[in-house]
Design a protein around this ligand. Structure first.
Ligand code: TXE
Length: 478
């Protein structure tokens, strides 16, 4: 199977005729090819997006909304096909793609398609002097670059506000998981999205991704991915004065107090640790536990995690394959490093070799580690796999210090029934998001993003629509 670029409303092969292999993580085998796009493909995409911009911006929010809602309907009509594609391309359990990834992709389109109908802008009445009103106008051609962990979910999360606000878009999905973005381009054609409004170019991050960042006519970049890549992007785009939204890595603390609702905490912590093989930027990878319940937690958590079924993601399992051979090596490297440092591997710790179709797939047992200091590499660096560490604490201050003691600050989870403690700690956590007695409960209106090395800017709700528009103040003398 060959996937194609979507440029100026057409599906087309890469100009230079070069292709990349696309591997199915569950089997380790190549199952499709994607364009290895270059600056030539980008030139066509930018020309198409530039030509489409004036009409799309002038179309009006209602018409843009109608087309985007049609795309959302089509995602739902093709839900099963898209879920199968996502599972095959990424290695995630099909059940997760069915209940999370694909419904959320439709929800993203619908949310911003309707949000734009309710957007209002500010006025400032300067008594006796002037009336100021603020226009929020689309920027022009913008770039959206998304990662491999939640492919269609994050792809649509970026392009939906950009399109709703009236921009035209150059989008690049991860070369590791390109399939659902390709299927999405077919749905855009079916929905009647005007040519050039959305252009999807496939290929390597270092080649076509970097070309997008460098292109002078692409005025804003919304990126989700690794912190190291974010740094490169910022170094290129900032001196060009591009607007930048960076959603980067995390090393999220999950703080557990003895007074929490034990059962809810336990079942949610299993999910927040190992959903999507731990490859969600919001996963709680450092579990910080009050010492009085540390042993109890260890026993109960290990018992619960041992019940997780690992296997062929196209079947009824809880844990599928990690995304690539390179990523498998990275994760196993951290587990081996923990062993060398004398840590206790309480559960998992090894690569899993399955029989049959998945014999060469990239499977790792859900792994729980303790006995490491809070400042060692496993507790400081983003592993982004099915690996969590346990750290005991004695006082609230110590818990906060450990939680804040990394370069990251994306999300934190807090388990306690004590209301005053909740507010006290939530205020002190260096984190863009704090979940109290829950995890991954999303409301698309809320600001989403991180502090410190977890990123710059916020996505979600009005924040995203503000990012994808330029504010212009008009001052009229009274
Ligand atoms: O991501 P990259 P990688 C973290 C996680 C993971 C690490 C590296 O820790 O192990 O990052 O993963 C495109 N200019 N996260 O290397 O490279 C790339 O093609 C422009 C956290 O796979 O950041 C892809 O589309 N674009 C994360 C996208 O960037 C470039 C999700 C993300 O890939 C580029 C994924 C360049 N120079 C990984 N280089 C999260 N925050 O959810 C690459 N890309």
């Amino acid at each position: 199977m060959k996937l194609l670029n979507y440029i100026n409303g057409q599906l087309q092969e890469p100009v230079k005729g070069q292709w990349l292999d696309n591997i199915e993580p569950a089997t380790g085998k190549v199952y499709s090819q994607i364009p290895a796009s270059t600056a030539d493909d980008l030139a066509q995409a930018v020309a198409a997006a530039g030509a489409a911009f004036p009409a799309w911006a002038a179309t009006g929010a209602a018409e843009r909304s109608t087309i985007m809602l049609r795309i959302a309907d089509l995602i739902e009509q093709h839900q099963e096909r898209l879920a199968q594609a996502e599972s095959q391309d990424n290695g995630k359990p099909i059940s997760l793609a069915r209940v999370m990834d694909i419904p959320r992709a439709a929800a993203n389109m619908r949310f911003f398609a309707t949000a734009i109908l309710h957007q209002s802008t500010e006025t400032h009445y300067n008594e006796g002097h002037s009336l100021n009103y603020t226009l929020r106008q689309p920027i022009g051609v913008v770039g959206c670059i998304s990662p491999w962990n939640l492919p269609l979910y994050l792809f649509t999360w970026k392009i939906a506000p950009a399109l709703a606000a009236g921009n035209t878009v150059i989008a690049k999905p991860s070369e590791i998981t390109p399939l659902t973005a390709f299927l999405f381009s077919e749905l855009c054609i079916e929905a009647g999205l005007p040519a050039g409004v959305l252009n999807i170019v496939h290929g390597r991050g270092t080649e076509i991704g970097q070309a997008i960042i460098e292109h002078p006519k692409i005025k804003a970049i919304s990126f989700t991915g690794g912190t190291a890549t974010g740094k490169t992007i910022a170094a290129t785009a900032a001196p060009m004065f591009k607007k930048l939204s960076l959603e980067l890595g995390g090393k999220n603390p999950n703080i557990i107090f003895a007074d929490c609702n034990w059962e809810e905490m336990l079942s949610t912590t299993v999910r927040s640790s190992f959903s999507n093989q731990g490859q969600i930027c919001l996963c709680g990878s450092r579990i910080i536990i009050e010492r009085s319940v540390y042993e109890r937690f260890k026993t109960d958590f290990v018992a619960r995690v041992k019940q997780l079924r690992i296997g062929d993601p196209s079947t009824d399992v809880n844990v599928g394959a990690v995304v690539s051979a390179g990523h498998l090596d990275k994760i196993m490297g951290y587990i081996n490093s923990a062993r060398q440092q004398g840590a206790n591997i309480l559960s998992g710790g090894t690569r899993v070799f399955l029989d049959g179709r998945c014999a060469e797939g990239y499977f790792i047992e859900p792994t729980i580690i303790d006995g490491l200091s809070a400042d060692c590499n496993l507790n400081q660096e983003e592993i982004f796999g099915p690996v969590v560490t346990l750290i005991p604490f004695d006082t609230e201050e110590e818990a906060i210090a450990i939680a804040n003691g990394t370069q990251y600050g994306l999300a934190a989870t807090l388990w306690t029934q004590d209301l005053t403690r909740t507010h006290r700690i939530a205020e002190k956590l260096e984190s863009g998001i704090v979940w109290v007695n829950c995890w991954l409960v999303r409301d698309l209106r809320t600001p989403f993003g991180g502090v410190k090395s977890s990123g710059v800017g916020r996505e979600g709700g009005w924040e995203a629509l503000k990012f994808f528009t330029e504010a212009k103040n008009v001052c009229v003398k009274l």
